[in-house]
Design a binder for this molecule. Structure first.
Ligand SMILES: NC(=O)c1ccc[n+]([C@@H]2O[C@H](COP(=O)([O-])OP(=O)(O)OC[C@H]3O[C@@H](n4cnc5c(N)ncnc54)[C@H](OP(=O)(O)O)[C@@H]3O)[C@@H](O)[C@H]2O)c1
Length: 345
């Protein structure tokens, strides 16, 4: 039974939810997947880091992180340096990389994951940046090292999108997809239909922890665009950056527009789409007015959905209701099990 040494780089909402879920699922991992695990490294930015090859107490790490106190007292060695230095020294078998996304170039997460693979670790992330900026190179490096680069949680949190495609739809060719992929804007539009102002809706999304203190990445459509780019890059095997997605956010939609649509029996949604056209892929994110006969009309609040159209199946829709850090954590845990099961050693 392998004892997997795990390291966490980025120990915020998602990292902490994942460690909590691993504790909860320890027995199932052992009994159903023959996986034992221990925590050998954990790092944030302001939290600093801890490494101990003999194992770090997970509850102690969670307690310090929740209290926003430094992790250093849990460390068996003095540590200095950035995330790359942490990965190089942590001695883990698996790195979970859950630092914030960079839309521009995916850094420093790309370097964290590359270093992990070069050191012989599986590299698992919920960070979309590395998928859109380095999918092919990280996947090739992983194959070369007999390890896996996995990222299920980057789109639709824990709902199986990439693994469904990989495991259950062999040889299928994705022609187009359409969906709602950004929870924050979908919640804002839902709340505006219920009579809240734009500002009140944004404040509510921040209060429940789904929108960041600077919510512009969601509102201007960047988060949706990076998810579209990730789906196109991986499922259509067509490298696309978020900058190449034709993008419009919901910043132009005021309370008046939302209420008028409602009176007309319609609803504004931030719709994501991509389609193969003339040997390329055309991708867009923009607000659309949808009627009740549209399958995305009923996707409300923080829920998300995507419909995949391939050359072999009719439209196949995945809907995820009420996601959160725990569902994201589940996607990462699923990746861990898949990586261990399928690694070439
Ligand atoms: N929240 C979700 O449900 C969700 C869903 C899908 C995907 N994701 C993705 O998952 C990732 C993590 O999200 P989150 O909600 O956990 O974010 P978060 O709560 O802001 O946590 C980010 C963590 O990364 C650390 N960090 C920031 N910059 C770093 C750096 N340069 N080097 C090392 N550590 C650094 C932060 O440390 P300090 O706090 O000490 O600064 C913190 O521990 C993001 O890429 C996000 O897009 C999140």
């Amino acid at each position: 039974m392998p004892n997997l040494r795990l390291a966490f780089l980025g120990f915020g909402n998602v990292g902490q939810a994942l460690l909590t879920l691993l504790l909860e699922k320890t027995e199932e991992l052992r009994a159903r997947h023959s996986i034992e695990w221990s925590l050998v490294g954990v790092a944030g930015r302001r939290l600093g880091s801890a490494i101990d090859p003999r194992g770090i107490d997970p509850l102690g790490a969670l307690e310090l992180a929740k209290a926003r106190r430094p992790l250093a007292p849990l460390s068996a060695m003095p540590l200095e340096g950035d995330g790359v230095a942490f990965v190089g020294r942590c001695g883990a078998d698996v790195l979970f990389e859950n630092t914030p996304v960079s839309y521009e170039d995916g850094e420093p997460a790309v370097s964290h994951l590359r270093t992990a693979l070069e050191c012989g670790m599986h590299a698992i992330t919920a960070n979309k940046g590395p998928v859109v900026h380095a999918y092919r190179s990280l996947t090739a490096l992983a194959a070369e090292r007999g390890r896996r680069f996995m990222f299920e949680s980057t789109v639709m949190d824990g709902a199986p999108v990439f693994s469904l495609w990989r495991e259950c739809l062999p040889t299928a060719r994705l022609q187009r997809f359409r969906g709602i992929l950004n929870s924050t804007t979908n919640l804002i539009l839902t709340l505006m239909e219920q009579g809240k102002t734009f500002e009140e809706s944004v404040a509510h999304a921040q209060q429940i922890g789904i929108a960041e203190s600077d919510p512009s990445g969601d509102i201007l459509g960047w988060d949706a665009a990076v998810k579209v780019a990730a789906l196109v890059t991986v499922l259509m095997d067509y490298p696309l950056t978020p900058q190449a997605v034709d993008r419009k956010g919901i910043d132009g939609i005021g309370e008046g527009e939302v209420l008028k649509a409602q009176r007309d029996g319609l609803r504004w949604k931030l719709v994501c789409r991509a389609e193969r056209i003339n040997g390329g892929v055309v991708a867009a994110v923009e607000p659309e007015l949808l009627g009740p006969d549209d399958e995305l009309y009923g996707v409300m609040g923080t829920s998300s959905a995507v419909t995949l159209e391939s050359d072999v199946l009719g439209p196949l829709t995945i809907i995820e209701a009420n996601p959160g850090p725990r569902t994201t954590a589940y996607g990462l845990l699923g990746d861990l099990v898949s990586a261990v099961r399928t690694a070439v050693v």
